[in-house]
Design a protein around this ligand. Structure first.
Ligand SMILES: Cc1cc2nc3c(=O)[nH]c(=O)nc-3n(C[C@H](O)[C@H](O)[C@H](O)COP(=O)(O)O)c2cc1C
Length: 217
């Protein structure tokens, strides 16, 4: 049987093709594993424009549940006399004119989302001058026990070090595996994470009302 010698050009063509196909397949798989359905993050304004109390509620969320908590807080503050802007942190451009600021974040792997921590860091000089409250949404609070409260409070230790808030709220969140990427849901399942909506709207509204009375009185 005649043996065929592979020219240098043919060798490079063949290996290049194989490598290229491998890279495309790998990046396709990576994209598939990290793909997460997009989420619309709520932005709204509530309350009387003419009131003296203008409050900003700025939040960071990956799957939307923290945005809905922020909206519930905003509605409650408006019912108590405030004019409230609720918006994702990425949309906040100007902090002037607010008499109080609420900053909220979902927890991922034991921490506030980076954009929320960065926001406090970058704006600490302004936030020091207005009453600022933090709220945290996480699955640790699915069971509201003193130990879980302590654990949830520990998640924001690094942020508290940058700026100690006037008030802090910790709320149970929501997990919907369909809203997570394959990597995220696998990671969460491996850690025994459960699915469900554990938000307690009465607790959220009560906290909003008492915090408003405490820091905006
Ligand atoms: C990948 C991943 C990691 C999470 N890590 C934690 C965690 O370390 N501690 C916790 O209490 N909750 C954790 N959670 C739960 C979220 O904080 C909770 O689902 C929250 O409601 C998500 O908010 P969002 O819908 O605004 O993104 C995690 C959720 C996901 C998807």
């Amino acid at each position: 049987m005649p043996t065929r010698t592979l020219s240098r050009r043919d060798f490079l063509k063949t290996t290049g093709l194989a490598l290229g196909t491998g890279v495309v397949a790998c990046s396709g798989l990576t994209a598939l594993a990290t793909y997460r359905p997009s989420v619309a993050l709520p932005e709204s304004t509530f309350g009387d424009q003419d009131t003296a109390k203008k409050v900003l509620i700025a939040y960071a969320s990956k799957c939307g549940s923290t945005g809905e908590v922020a909206t519930a807080i905003g509605k409650t503050l408006a019912q108590n006399g405030a004019h409230v802007d609720v918006m994702p942190l990425k949309e906040v451009t100007d902090l002037s004119g607010y008499q109080a600021v609420f900053v909220g974040s979902a927890i991922r792997v034991g921490k506030w989302l980076r954009e929320a921590a960065d926001f406090v860091n970058e704006n600490r000089a302004i936030l020091q001058r207005v009453p600022t409250a933090y709220f945290t949404v996480c699955m640790t609070m699915a069971e509201d026990t003193p130990a879980n409260r302590d654990r949830a409070a520990g998640f924001i230790d690094p942020v508290r070090t940058v700026l100690a808030p006037a008030a802090e709220g910790y709320f149970a969140g929501k997990v919907d595996f369909k809203r997570l990427s394959f990597v995220e849901s696998t990671m969460l399942k491996a850690k025994g994470g459960i699915e469900g909506d554990f938000r307690n709207w009465d607790k959220i509204k009560n906290w909003a009302q008492s915090t408003y009375a405490q820091i905006c009185a």
